[in-house]
Design a protein around this ligand. Sequence first.
Ligand code: PAF
Length: 289
Amino acid sequence: MPTAHPPIVRTVAALRDLIAQWRRDGARIGLIPTMGALHEGHLTLVRCALAAGERAVVSIFVNPTQFGPNEDFGAYPRREAADVAKFAEIGGHLVWAPTVDEMYPTGFATHVAVSGLTDGLCGPFRPGHFQGVATVVAKLLLQVQADQAYFGQKDYQQLQVVTRMARDLDIPTGIVGVPTVRETDGLALSSRNVYLSAEERQAAAQLPRVMRETAAAALAGEAPFARLLEAAKARLSAVGFGPIDYVSINDAETLVPVESLARPARLFVAARLGRTRLIDNIPIETAAA
Ligand code: PAF
């Protein structure tokens, strides 16, 4: 049932006042950090917070510091009114939508960098990206002081980085990873899917398919991982993906590339389709998202 329109708060001071009031009421708080353009994946995170009995706070902030100079910061979809309506419809409680100046006032000079976990996968392809993410998420966690914060497993490396950062900095918010939400043809939901043309959208469905089949072949021990990954890249190239940044099997916790399944591992892909960079990952144990 739709609730009343949730308040939209734009300053840290106003946010603190509201959160303090909720704390006095004894409420538990769940944070869903987003850059807006909310889709069913984000709404699933909100529902997780609500199901845990928490007041759901969604942050909507297109964070400039996590975009490289040639990335899509300018083009990133911004549709706050529609986002607020979707959030209200499922019973969300508060929208935290600061301006860039509120988040990064003049003189801002502090950055959070997580080493190790950011060395591979998207790290080398998006220099500075994870520092931007870790810094803004540290700020969001400290601003909202939620009991739990929810992140999609689609951005699995981000989830691991944020989990490590919160642990290392003794931020008491629990970090909860939620399985990827997919279209019926398997494509992972992403705010960037709106960039795909109709033809690219059709080709994009091959990505989860190639991933599932590659993961199943790895699980069955059909060939050394290197050969399976090369075959996956060739199949993706054949349907129009390129450049392919990586197709890789990595340890699910350390994110180090692996050549056997002695520990839980995941298959990770990042590849461009036209102007859209798609990323996805699945666990190898079940070959399902
Ligand atoms: O996943 C995202 O939307 C962003 O990286 C996040 C976590 C909101 C930080 O800006």
